[in-house]
Design a binder for this molecule. Structure first.
Ligand SMILES: Nc1ncnc2c1ncn2[C@@H]1O[C@H](COP(=O)(O)OP(=O)(O)OP(=O)(O)O)[C@@H](O)[C@H]1O
Ligand SMILES: [Mg+2]
Length: 250
């Protein structure tokens, strides 16, 4: 059984259709890259999978571990093992990063019938993960993403992913705004989480990330559909030839 199955997905926002019959299958343990022009619907797809409100699903199916995602609330989807690293991480003033991570992680564990981490146990886990991602302790005491630089926000998303240990990680432009060293650190963090029972969908515009985190499957999205799929070679071809060839296919 595939981990994620998207079939003929049609999605509207404010009366306008943005996804026009999208198909995508992700098997366990695989890293997929989704590329495609601005506005082709990549972030919309990630939002619909994780259950962000405001999207009307007018046709199609969305299955995760064989279960209907559309019947689940966003928190239920997260507890089932879905995780999205946002293209634009949100700031939460007044809630420290440490507190946010502990509360969110323990809520997920509770929903899965697991016991919550004690504060000392959690602190140890969080500090170890933060260190690997080169995130200073002082950042964890600040409000979630408040005043974080673009690259710090992205590293903070990967810290969340490392702590939540999801089965499907969707990373929406995790490489945007990262300096060369930070890209390496983030890529190392992603690679460290690759495992036979964890899958990833990396949305990216750049081959640079894919040099570090080598994908098993590459998809091209255009105008609300997946129009081509291939192996890592496809991303290299795109770099050379651009998206014009897919406009007609869409
Ligand atoms: N809330 C919304 N209201 C109106 N239009 C929307 C909304 N959300 C998305 N859209 C439109 O849907 C289309 C797809 O947007 P989306 O953000 O999914 O693209 P993308 O492929 O992620 O692009 P990028 O590479 O620039 O991040 C765009 O034309 C966008 O303007
Ligand atoms: Mg986007």
């Amino acid at each position: 059984m595939p981990l994620l199955e998207v079939r003929n997905l049609h999605v509207c926002v404010e009366g306008r259709e943005i996804l026009h019959g999208l198909d995508l299958t992700v098997n366990a343990g695989k890293v997929h890259a989704i590329m495609g022009p601005n506005g082709s619907g990549k972030s919309t797809l990630s939002h619909v999978i994780t259950g962000k409100p405001g999207y009307q699903i007018t046709a199609g199916r969305l299955l995760f571990k064989g279960e209907d995602l559309l019947a689940m609330r966003p928190d239920q989807r997260a507890a089932k093992g879905l995780f999205l690293a946002f293209q634009y991480p949100v700031e939460i003033p007044g809630v420290t990063t440490m507190n946010f991570l502990r509360t969110a992680l323990n809520a997920q564990r509770k929903a899965r019938g697991q016991s919550g981490y004690s504060t000392p146990h959690f602190l140890k886990k969080a500090r170890t993960a933060a260190k690997q991602l080169n995130i200073p302790q002082s950042m964890l005491k600040r409000g979630v993403n408040v005043g974080f630089s673009g690259g710090e926000k992205k590293r903070n998303e990967i810290l969340q992913m490392a702590l939540f240990e999801p089965d499907l990680c969707i990373l929406d432009e995790i490489d945007s705004g990262l300096d060369i060293d930070a890209l390496r650190i983030v890529a190392d963090g992603i690679n460290a989480m690759r495992s036979p029972d964890r899958s990833m969908i990396m949305i990216t515009h750049y081959q640079r990330l894919l040099n570090y985190v080598v994908p098993d499957v590459v998809h091209v999205m255009s105008k609300g559909r997946v129009v081509k799929s291939g192996d890592k070679q496809l991303a290299l071809e795109l770099e050379a030839s651009g998206y014009a060839q897919f406009e007609d296919a869409a």
